[in-house]
Every structure is written in structure tokens, then in C-alpha cells.
Design a protein around this ligand. Structure first.
Ligand SMILES: [Zn+2]
Ligand SMILES: [Zn+2]
Length: 287
């Protein structure tokens, strides 16, 4: 049986958008998801990669005023590049709250102001017409009417959140950028224990799987995981649906298909489903 909570995947690519014919099926837009909760009018969005632009275009076309919360894992380009292209930010009837963890003492508003400074982009944050509250997300649990949000720190090259959204009994963990150690027995054990406890029993875990294990060995410390290790570390945790994401821009549809069929052949996991996810997919939460 499926609940009615829905996750729409607007961007599942990592590092940089890649609008190449060989990538179109899994999609070339970078990190952005939308969570819809039955009975909730407010928008709930995580990350503002280039997929955020398409989400904005769809919302813009329905003509109603909007209220929404946007949670940004970290300010790397592939998680922020869609920000100024989100049309609902240019409608004064709309109201948004944007949350981001601090970067070495620098808060959400300052980070976004830097991203939208004149050297890099013609529109500054003050030119956005919607009401926009930029909130620095310290490590705490935020309680809203329909859900709570908390995070643990990822293992990445800058301070980066792994978000946990709890909606009633349902849990969605969003970890687009997180390096799980290749040598799971000896490397970084305290982090691995914390990570496993944080994601245990989630209905959906969306996790970084940018590399194969072979590639990862050449790219240690780049801040991303390989799909084999993600499965090794989460297969016994009662996670219902594992969604592998943040695809390498050089991984074509054929490469991702091959990974997907290898995953399908793995036995002895506790997942109901484990797949490489595609842009445009709509996932309903398994109970
Ligand atoms: Zn990224
Ligand atoms: Zn990153």
C-alpha cells in the first residue's frame, strides 16, 4: 500500500548540468526535489539546482499566490544555480523561507548575496520581488505544522546537510552530497555509525552515488560516494526505498542503466526497492 506523500524529482544530476543527448533519459538538471504532503498547500523543496527552474515554471503557470520553504543542503553551484531562475521569486504576492546551514560562520543571506553579486549575476537578492526570509539553519529540529526537519553533517568538502524530513510516521532522508568511506571497516567509523543511525528505517533515502567503486578509489576525498558502498552500508537498515542520485555528468543513460540492472540483481537486502533515479520521476512513499 502506498501513502499519498509524493516526491517529485526535478534534478538528479551532480556537479554540473549536462544537456547532452546521451543523458536525457536520466536527466541533465542538477539537484532539486519537491515533497508534496496531502492537505498541505505550502511548498516543500530541497535544493535549488537547475531543476528548480523547471519547478518554478510549473508553479508560475497555475497563477495562485504561493508560500513555501526551501531547504538548501549547501551552496555548491549544482545545488544553487537554479535559484535566480525560479519565477515565483518575482511575484510580490508570494512568500518563501529559505534555510541553509552556515558556512564557517557565514549565514544563509550572506551566502546567497555573494552568489547573486553583480560580478556573477545581474540580479541581486534585493531585486527579487517575493517576500524572502533567509534563515541560517543551525543544528536543531524545526517543527512546522505538517512536518519536522533536522539534519546531520555530511562528509563533504564544505559544511553540508543531510536533511531528514519527518511527516507523521514517514521519514524522507535527502543526502545528495555525502562521501561514505570505501573501506567501511576501518575508515571514519564514528561518522559511519552516526550516518547509519540517522537513516535507519527511513521510508525513502535519496543518496549520493556519483561514482562506481572503481572510480571512487581514484577520487577519494572529493566528497561523493560510490553506489556499491551506499548499498553495503544501508542494506540491512530497514530502509524501504533507496534512491541513488547525484549522477556523475559523464555517466550516460547506458551507464546508469547498467548500474540499475546490477542493483536489481543484488539479493539479501531489506529494501522494498532500490534504483537509480531519473529526473521527472514522481515517487510515492512506501509505507
Ligand atoms: Zn552536488
Ligand atoms: Zn557539493
Amino acid at each position: 500500500m502506498e501513502s499519498n506523500i509524493k516526491i517529485k524529482l526535478w534534478g538528479v544530476r551532480g556537479s554540473t548540468p549536462c544537456a547532452n543527448p546521451e543523458n536525457m533519459r536520466y536527466g541533465g538538471n542538477t539537484s532539486c526535489i519537491q515533497i508534496s504532503i496531502p492537505g498541505m498547500d505550502e511548498l516543500l523543496i530541497a535544493d535549488c539546482g537547475t531543476g528548480f527552474r523547471n519547478l518554478g515554471n510549473e508553479l508560475d503557470s497555475n497563477g495562485n499566490s504561493l508560500m513555501g520553504r526551501v531547504f538548501i543542503t549547501h551552496p555548491h553551484w549544482d545545488h544553487l544555480q537554479g535559484f535566480p531562475f525560479f519565477k515565483p521569486f518575482y511575484d510580490p504576492r508570494n512568500r518563501f523561507e529559505v534555510y541553509m546551514p552556515p558556512q564557517d560562520g557565514i549565514g544563509c543571506k550572506e551566502i546567497l548575496q555573494g552568489h547573486l553579486s553583480n560580478t556573477f549575476f545581474p540580479v541581486s537578492i534585493d531585486m527579487l520581488e517575493s517576500e524572502l526570509d533567509c534563515i541560517t539553519f543551525e543544528k536543531e529540529k524545526l517543527n512546522f505544522t505538517n512536518y519536522t526537519v533536522e539534519f546531520m553533517w555530511a562528509n563533504h568538502t564544505v559544511p553540508t546537510a543531510i536533511f531528514k524530513f519527518t511527516i507523521g510516521e514517514s521519514v524522507i532522508v535527502f543526502a545528495p552530497d555525502n562521501e561514505l568511506p570505501v573501506n567501511i571497516d576501518s575508515d571514519n567509523k564514528a561518522f559511519v555509525d552516526e550516518f547509519r543511525a540517522f537513516v535507519k528505517g527511513a521510508n525513502v533515502l535519496i543518496h549520493d552515488a556519483q561514482f562506481t567503486k572503481e572510480q571512487h578509489l581514484e577520487r577519494l576525498g572529493w566528497g561523493h560516494s560510490n553506489w556499491e558502498t551506499v548499498i553495503e552500508l544501508t542494506k540491512d537498515l530497514g530502509i524501504k526505498r533507496l534512491c541513488l542520485s547525484h549522477h556523475d555528468p559523464d555517466h550516460s543513460d547506458d551507464t546508469l542503466d547498467r548500474i540499475n540492472s546490477k542493483i536489481a540483481s543484488i539479493k539479501g537486502t531489506s529494501y522494498v526497492e532500490a534504483t537509480v533515479i531519473q529526473e521527472g520521476q514522481e515517487l510515492y512513499l512506501p509505507n
